[in-house]
Design a protein around this ligand. Structure first.
Ligand SMILES: Nc1nc2c(ncn2[C@@H]2O[C@H](COP(=O)(O)OP(=O)(O)O)[C@@H](O)[C@H]2O)c(=O)[nH]1
Ligand SMILES: [Mg+2]
Length: 302
């Protein structure tokens, strides 16, 4: 007889840049979500999946809470509300700082309103020299909400992450597993590859360019090399808003695009475990962020 399986759906919430995507990647053991030092880089609600024996964790990485300025912003805020409304528990990620920001107060109000059980994660403890500061931070948050537990950790070093998984297991309920036990994400590989490319753009470009960029994988197919090794051929289009941005993305003699593509290809090979042949193009689509039809085409649906 097979053992009773369980699943736990956990939303990872917090203000931009606290390390939500880093934490999710650390837990699933692979980079499935973009990490960047520029805030608001997570656009789609990507789920990370981790199966430990009978328990399957499904993590929802949410964009940071912020005031929407464009339709894309609207979509990002909406997906937070949806994520928090439909999970077993939330993990509120904060930095080791006793000063609580308005975004955090707002998120805690949402948790309260939905009576959502929540774990408080104090991330980036690798940066904390003074333990008293950590204690002050814990005390400040404990005054605001009855967290089921408080876990200081570092998504960067992995310190404390096992403790978090133990705490989260308490929210698992009897159910079938919704994903194969070796799955790491709900997103198809073609979407993850486009995200890896967008991550490299965020890493190498000045601010105004990356936030106006969308990446779409137009073709993705598995094949074999002449020696019989598996290889994936992927073709991605980078959409930007201006001709000047296109010029910057391509760079002198195509140098910038080559650099971005080469780095994304290495990350894609690491993620997929096979050779990847990545072809990239840059196209201009003015003001795509405010055009609902295009947004849908890029995968940001309502
Ligand atoms: N030192 C340190 N930096 C971290 C840690 N976790 C995340 N970061 C950095 O914080 C920045 C934001 O991380 P990200 O995961 O994209 O944050 P998100 O916006 O909340 O998803 C990136 O530069 C990360 O490398 C950590 O535990 N320690
Ligand atoms: Mg993120």
């Amino acid at each position: 007889m097979s053992k009773q399986t369980q699943s736990a759906f956990i939303a990872i919430v917090g203000r931009p840049n606290v390390g939500k995507s880093s934490l999710m990647n650390r837990m699933v053991g692979q980079k499935v979500a973009i990490v960047s030092d520029k805030p608001q880089t997570t656009r789609t609600r990507i789920m990370g999946v981790l199966t430990k024996e009978e328990t399957q964790f499904v993590f929802l990485d949410t964009p940071g809470l912020h005031k929407p300025r464009t339709r894309l912003g609207d979509y990002m805020v909406k997906s937070i509300g949806e994520a928090v409304g439909s999970v077993d528990a939330a993990v509120l990620v904060v930095e080791p700082d006793a000063r609580i920001r308005p975004e955090e107060t707002e998120l805690i109000a949402q948790l309260k309103a939905s009576r959502m059980p929540a774990i408080l994660v104090i991330n980036k403890i690798d940066l904390v020299a003074d333990k008293a500061a950590l204690l002050a931070c814990i005390a400040a948050y404990k005054d605001l909400y009855e967290f089921s537990s408080v876990v200081p950790l570092s998504a960067k070093t992995g310190d404390g992450v096992a403790e978090l998984l133990d705490e989260m297991a308490a929210f698992a309920a009897d159910s079938p597993h919704f994903f194969p036990d070796d799955a790491i994400s709900d997103q198809p590989e073609r979407v993850l590859v486009a995200e890896l490319l967008r991550e490299q753009i965020l890493r190498t470009m000045r601010d105004e360019v990356p936030h106006g960029v969308a990446v779409v994988t137009e073709s993705f197919r598995e094949a074999e090399t002449t020696s019989g090794a598996p290889i994936i051929h992927a073709e991605c289009v980078i959409y930007c808003e201006r001709d000047t941005h296109k010029g910057m993305l391509i760079g002198k003699g195509g140098a910038r695009l080559k650099e971005i593509s080469a780095a994304a290809r290495l990350e894609a090979e690491r993620l997929l475990g096979v050779k990847v042949n990545l072809k990239t193009w840059v196209k201009v689509k003015e003001d795509w962020r405010n055009r609902q039809g295009l947004l849908n085409g890029f995968g940001y649906s309502d």
